[in-house]
Design a protein around this ligand. Structure first.
Ligand code: C2E
Ligand code: CA
Ligand code: CA
Length: 516
């Protein structure tokens, strides 16, 4: 690609060679003449040395001094110019191009792509939830992580790729289309594979996930700001689709970005206005056929737009921090509602990783328990692996405290997060919740069956229970039961529904596909 370091040193007159030599010579000559004149007109001889020789010596010294002054002036300019250049063009932590420099590279790439007719790809690679990781592990470990991430990126990309760090945990990559790049899917897959392997930091092993957005130049634009924005829109789209995804830009995404913006600004209003409500989905004991618990799922009923799905607003609430007050409201409401659920059933509440890591999480939970009067044995918190892996020591302490408070914890979306399962041994929790992606593929894909059996075996070894989510068919339920899974949740047993008034009292309503 472009020669990223060949600056424009000859374009500025202050930096051209002829200009420098002329200025240095002129300063010297000028000072020489001035000193000669001054000495001739005012100073006599010193200690027998004739006045004209003393004058000549002083003038020569002045000329030398002036030339040095001119030289150091230019050296100063050079130093500060290269300092400014380094500051604005290169990121101190990683040595990669900065955002500003990258915009220049994108412009050059666009000109090149139009000239040669060979497309260039721009990738936006972002460490998922980097801000949160940084807050949790501290800034020096955060820096180490970014540095190591950048090093791996340099290693895995072909030499002609341009790499820039465009924000804290975000990188832009320019790469020309070449036959040996193979399919984009495989190429990004390789990057993903390498970059998401855990990072050894001084105090712990840090896992990360990442999302990637892609634009093709010139197809998706030629203007750097637009291209960077579109790559980021594609990235946001990928992130919305789940962890570890990538997306190529398409026109529709501009509208998606507006929608996200709308959600962000509307969430505060919605919370104050009381738009949120809870629906409950039953959890069903596969061997006794009894409902043993209910998962509380938040719903946003917007007065004009109607229902906004949690998959759309929860990630935005997590990014903006609004999940903390919303999550507290959910917990409080679920604990209050527990008295309308059968007394032998527990209520399961989702806890966002952002909430889980807040400083006053435990005091918030104990405050809610005290004020609602719920028996803590009837409360279960669903926490994802992601939440627990951010800071294992902190997570273990929270889980210990919850267990002492008699509150049980289920590991949500189990099987989707990390390959390193050693944390299971250290953490006190009561249940593994097998992710619905495995359940969905159970009938068609033998691997999923093996995963389910392994998880059940693992749970047995750990002395915890297993629940499978997203159970939609009888045959899935049969396979799960055969594998030893104790509890199931899904449309087969009941969809999430609100509490409804029946015979003068509230109770959960869900439209089950089958009655058991
Ligand atoms: P999740 O915790 O994995 O919740 C299960 C999701 O699967 C729910 O989607 C539920 O409606 C859906 N589901 C249940 N059974 C079936 C089934 O048989 N088939 C299919 N296809 N789907 C099924 P929902 O309610 O849209 O929630 C999506 C996600 O939003 C949740 O995933 C959870 O991550 C988040 N969420 C929901 N409520 C809350 C909350 O109160 N707090 C937090 N932090 N997150 C929440
Ligand atoms: Ca859940
Ligand atoms: Ca889940």
């Amino acid at each position: 690609m472009s020669d990223r370091h060949s600056g424009d040193s000859n374009r500025s007159p202050t930096r051209s060679r002829v200009f420098r030599l002329t200025t240095i010579a002129a300063s010297g000559l000028g000072s020489f003449a001035l000193a000669l004149w001054a000495v001739r007109s005012g100073v006599g001889g010193i200690d027998g040395i004739p006045a004209n020789i003393v004058a000549g010596m002083i003038a020569a010294l002045c000329a030398l001094a002036a030339s040095f002054a001119a030289m150091s002036f230019f050296a100063g300019i050079d130093e500060s110019a290269s300092w400014v250049y380094r500051e604005t063009q290169f990121d101190k932590l990683t040595g990669l191009s900065t955002r500003a420099a990258m915009a220049g590279r994108v412009a050059e790439a666009a000109t090149g792509a139009i000239g040669t007719g060979r497309p260039v790809f721009l990738l936006d690679i972002d460490i998922d939830r980097f801000k949160h990781i940084n807050d949790t592990i501290g800034y020096s470990d955060g820096d180490r992580l970014v540095h190591a991430f950048a090093e791996r990126l340099k290693e895995i990309l072909p030499r002609e790729a341009e790499i820039g760090r465009i924000s804290a945990g975000e990188f832009a990559v320019l790469i020309p289309d070449r036959p040996d790049l193979g399919s984009m899917d495989a190429f990004i897959g390789r990057i993903y594979e390498r970059l998401t392997q855990p990072y050894q930091l001084p105090s712990h092993l840090q896992s990360v996930n990442m999302s990637v957005g892609l634009v093709a130049i010139p197809k998706d634009g030629t203007e750097p700001v637009t291209l960077l924005r579109r790559a980021n829109l594609a990235l946001q789209h990928a992130r919305g689709g789940g962890i570890g995804n990538w997306s190529a830009f398409h026109e529709q995404m501009g509208r998606v970005a507006d929608y996200r913006q709308w959600i962000e600004s509307e969430l505060h209003v919605a919370f104050r206005r009381g738009d949120f409500e809870l629906h409950y989905q039953p959890q069903f004991d596969l061997s006794t056929g009894r409902t043993v618990g209910y998962e509380a799922l938040v719903r946003w009923r917007h007065p004009e737009r109607g229902m906004v799905p949690p998959g759309e607003f929860v990630p935005v609430a997590e990014e903006t921090g609004m999940i903390v007050p919303i999550g507290e409201w959910v917990l409080r409401k679920a604990c209050e509602d527990a008295r309308f659920l059968p007394q032998d059933c527990f209520v399961a509440v989702n806890i966002s990783p952002v909430q889980f890591m807040t400083r006053d999480f435990l005091s918030m939970v104990s405050g809610v328990i005290a004020s609602t009067g719920i028996d803590p044995k009837r409360l279960e918190l669903e926490v994802t692996e992601t939440a627990m892996m951010q800071d294992r020591a902190h997570a273990a302490a929270i889980l210990d405290a919850l267990s002492q408070m008699n509150i049980s914890v289920a590991v949500d979306d189990f099987g989707t997060g990390y390959s390193n399962l050693s944390y299971l041994v250290d953490f006190p929790f009561k249940k593994l919740k097998i992710d619905q992606s495995f359940v969905r593929r159970l009938e068609s894909d033998n691997n999923s069956g093996a995963v389910v059996s392994t998880i059940v075996g693992l749970s047995r070894a750990l002395g915890v229970r297993t629940i499978a989510e997203g159970v939609e068919t009888e045959s899935q339920a049969t396979l799960l039961k055969a594998a030893g899974c104790q509890v199931g949740q899904g449309y087969l047993f009941g969809k999430p529904g609100p509490l409804v008034m029946r015979d003068g009292r509230l109770e959960p309503r869900h439209d089950a596909a089958t009655v058991h």
